[in-house]
Design a protein around this ligand. Structure first.
Ligand SMILES: Cc1cc2nc3c(=O)[nH]c(=O)nc-3n(C[C@H](O)[C@H](O)[C@H](O)COP(=O)(O)OP(=O)(O)OC[C@H]3O[C@@H](n4cnc5c(N)ncnc54)[C@H](O)[C@@H]3O)c2cc1C
Length: 517
């Protein structure tokens, strides 16, 4: 059987039969006896009069001379039946994948999660969005699956050197019910509706391998023998637990836990991150800007990515664009108000949203070296100011056109939005530091000329969770500088950001544990 890789252009609404015919025609072989797999599929919208898919296929046929499919390398997880007890704190992508690798390798693993299971969490989030009644332990960042569960589920990641981990993550999600297309789409997307089911299946798989999950179990302290550079266990609200190795994968909303880790002598430093707002436009406006038409058969909704860099100003960029999505109240702590974005698999909502954020270095912004605790405090104060302004979870907002004209919009109450808890007009120049506002205004001005109709949108604040403001001090194996058997990984460690890179960071921690047992 011969094998060939072939690159083709296909119309947006192509059918697999047409693709097969085209392959056979190109290679001058018969369709019977020929098989193919999609290797890559990406939308090319550079020429609006000819938006199409670029498709890479791997074709096998007896009529093809030579060539052999090169099997992709896979992560190899050695089996080490041992007695070590591993405690994993946090069940987001980093914690779940770390725990799963370790149970597969034969370790005893207990996953400690401060929030409830995904089914309970789903009900709590719906209640929050209906009534504004906030549950501190069960919300967008906290609960089974972490921030990853009610996220948009975009699986893109620009992190380098994680190809084996990425393949493992995608294969695992597919085994747990994700659409098989994530393996070849250049912009793979799960959607929040799929994620809820995937996470529940993932938990069952983890338990089948012998893993233990303890929900509603907040870890409140960590015990470290500093002389021996070893962590010996953790304190939970249900009592003390001993572990041979401890992995903290607590995301970056758990400020109280970070404060406790820092108090116990675990070193962190402040790191650059980004803050800003979400913007929302009607999806049809975005489609027209990107494709030249309001809809395209075979494609769900148009995306965009915008960046702005000008001397003397903070860099500004769009982040986590959610086509056909929804802006959500994403606070994890009482008296804070932040927003984030998600979409369902079909991406058929009326609006598209994205974060427009300015990259900041707190040390430069504040013109002094900040301690990690000060970094957390700086961000927390901002999140609290966005709560204090409306006195709750209505989102401070403005029309983009008014913001750019230096005005506060007359009334936002009747403006159509996907955000469920109401809008209140606000002066972002008052709510955000001046350098951030100046950068965002300059960036947005340019984005208006790059994306037709951008100025028709609205801006909502605060977006503060693009990445962590602090970073754990770790060695090259990911072990904490405080203890050789302590791992702080995932987004909250400051070494990862997003679902895939956080999951990969968790996998790397697990593989290091396996390698030393
Ligand atoms: C609305 C939304 C949309 C997003 N969309 C995307 C997207 O499309 N693509 C993408 O790549 N990323 C997206 N993200 C970001 C992504 O979800 C995170 O980067 C990712 O989940 C980080 O994984 P993690 O495992 O490091 O931490 P988290 O997912 O934050 O998980 C941390 C877990 O630790 C638990 N925990 C915290 N403290 C304690 C404690 N003391 N004791 C016990 N448990 C504790 C929390 O309850 C939580 O379950 C989105 C985030 C949100 C909120």
């Amino acid at each position: 059987m011969g094998f060939r890789i072939l690159d083709l252009k296909m119309p947006t609404d192509f059918k697999l039969g047409e693709l097969k015919r085209k392959i056979a025609g190109k290679l001058r072989i018969r369709e019977e006896g020929m098989s193919f797999t999609l290797e890559n599929q990406s939308l090319d919208a550079r020429d609006k009069s000819h938006v199409h898919w670029n498709i890479r296929v791997g074709v096998s046929s007896l009529e093809i001379k030579g060539g052999e499919r090169v099997e992709e390398k896979r992560l190899s997880i050695p089996y080490k039946k041992g007695d070590s007890q591993i405690l994993v704190v946090g069940s987001g992508p980093a914690g779940f994948f770390a725990g799963y690798i370790l149970v597969k390798a034969g370790f005893r693993v207990t996953l400690l999660e401060k929030g409830p299971d995904v089914e309970t969490r789903s009900r709590d989030i719906s209640k929050f969005e209906r009534t504004g009644i906030f549950n501190e332990r069960s919300n967008y960042p906290f609960g089974e699956g972490g921030a990853g569960t009610f996220s948009d589920g975009k699986l893109t990641s620009r992190t380098k050197f994680i190809s084996l981990e990425r393949k493992f993550i995608f294969d695992t999600y597919i085994e747990c019910g994700a659409p098989a297309e994530i393996a070849y789409l250049s912009h793979p997307h799960l959607g929040s509706d799929n994620l809820k089911k995937i996470i529940a299946n993932f938990r069952r798989k983890f338990i089948d391998y012998g893993g233990v999950v303890l929900f509603d179990t907040n870890v409140t302290d960590v015990y470290i023998d500093h002389a021996a550079r070893r962590v010996v266990g953790v304190e939970t609200e249900k009592g003390r637990m001993e572990g041979d190795m401890v992995i903290f994968a607590i995301g970056h909303s758990s400020f109280d836990t970070y404060r406790q880790l820092i108090a116990r002598g675990i070193p962190f430093s402040v790191k650059p991150f980004a803050v800003g707002c979400r913007v929302e436009q009607p999806q049809e406006v975005i489609n027209c800007a990107q494709w030249g038409c309001p809809s395209l058969p075979g494609v769900k909704a148009a995306e965009y990515r915008l960046t702005f860099q000008e001397n003397g100003l903070l860099p500004v960029y769009s982040f986590c664009m959610c086509p056909g999505g929804k802006i959500v109240p994403a606070a994890g702590a009482r008296n804070t108000n932040i927003v984030n974005g998600m979409s369902y698999y079909r991406r058929d909502g009326m609006f598209g949203n994205s974060a427009i954020v300015a990259g900041i270095d707190l040390n430069r912004l504040e013109k002094r070296e900040l301690e990690p605790l000060e970094g957390l405090e700086w961000l927390e104060k901002l999140e609290q100011a966005f709560y204090a302004y409306p006195g709750g979870y209505a989102a401070p907002s403005n029309r983009i056109s008014d913001f750019l004209a230096g005005k506060v919009s007359a009334s936002m109450k009747t403006v159509k939005t996907s955000y469920p808890l109401g809008l209140v007009e606000a002066d972002f120049r008052e709510l955000l530091p001046e350098r951030i506002v100046t950068g965002i205004a300059a960036g947005m001005k340019q984005f208006c000329s790059r994306l037709k109709g951008f100025e028709e949108g609205i801006m909502l604040g605060l977006e503060s969770k693009t990445s962590s403001p602090i970073q754990a001090v770790r060695d090259e194996n990911g072990r904490s500088a405080a203890a050789d058997n302590l791992y702080i990984c995932g987004e909250g460690s400051g070494w990862a950001g997003g679902i895939v890179s956080s999951a990969a960071d968790g996998i790397k921690a697990a593989m290091d544990i396996i390698s030393r047992d």
